[in-house]
Ligand binder design. Structure first.
Ligand code: CMX
Ligand code: CO
Length: 146
């Protein structure tokens, strides 16, 4: 069951400048940063609020590590902006299988590793009314990580 908005993914050209915009404008602080080479991103997670399912909602600021990555290609075509939305679930495997059964293309056969050791998969935007949609199961230790 999808129980929260886990994050909104925002593509940017310069992560440090974008982090500073969110800090100076809204007071949002960086909760976690990492490089995910498989996804081709350097990212910052800004925690917005905790959620009633024991998780949290974040902004995920994404800078491509290479031009031919998914975010690099998307930036070249669209410029900066909202790239995807992610729903949180305790069971990414089960929820991915359930949406696949409904005819939605799930991009990975098995979930891959996302932010903070989470397990993630993506649904094709063309099957989701134009929204690239991610499903996320957080790592158990997420809430204590920095
Ligand atoms: N949101 C909405 N539509 C999108 C989109 C997005 N983010 N990215 C691509 N599309 C649309 C394009 O506009 C295009 O539509 P048209 O044919 O009408 O022009 C169509 O999908 C195909 O787009 P493309 O530019 O040819 O891109 P690809 O097919 O090569 O890749 C996708 C699209 C979804 C398969 C790829 O972005 C993907 O694999 N995404 C999942 C991984 C990912 O996004 N990783 C980065 C984030 C990591 C994280 O969140 O941790
Ligand atoms: Co994401």
């Amino acid at each position: 069951m999808l129980t929260r908005i886990d994050h909104i993914g925002i593509a940017c050209r310069n992560l440090d400048e974008t982090v500073e915009f969110y800090r100076a404008t809204y007071g949002f602080e960086v909760f976690h940063t990492e490089v995910n080479e498989e996804q081709g991103v350097r990212e910052a997670m800004l925690k917005i609020n905790e959620t009633s399912d024991g998780g949290a909602s974040y902004l995920q600021l994404l800078e491509p590590t290479r031009e031919d990555s998914t975010v690099g290609k998307w930036l070249a075509k669209n410029g900066e902006g909202v790239h995807h939305i992610a729903f949180g679930t305790a069971d990414v495997d089960g929820d991915a299988a359930a949406v696949r059964d409904k005819g939605v293309r799930v991009l990975y056969d098995q979930p891959r590793i996302g932010s903070m050791g989470s397990r993630i998969t993506f649904l094709h935007p063309k099957d989701c009314h134009g929204v690239l949609t991610e499903l996320v199961t957080s790592a158990p230790a997420e809430q204590t990580e920095h």
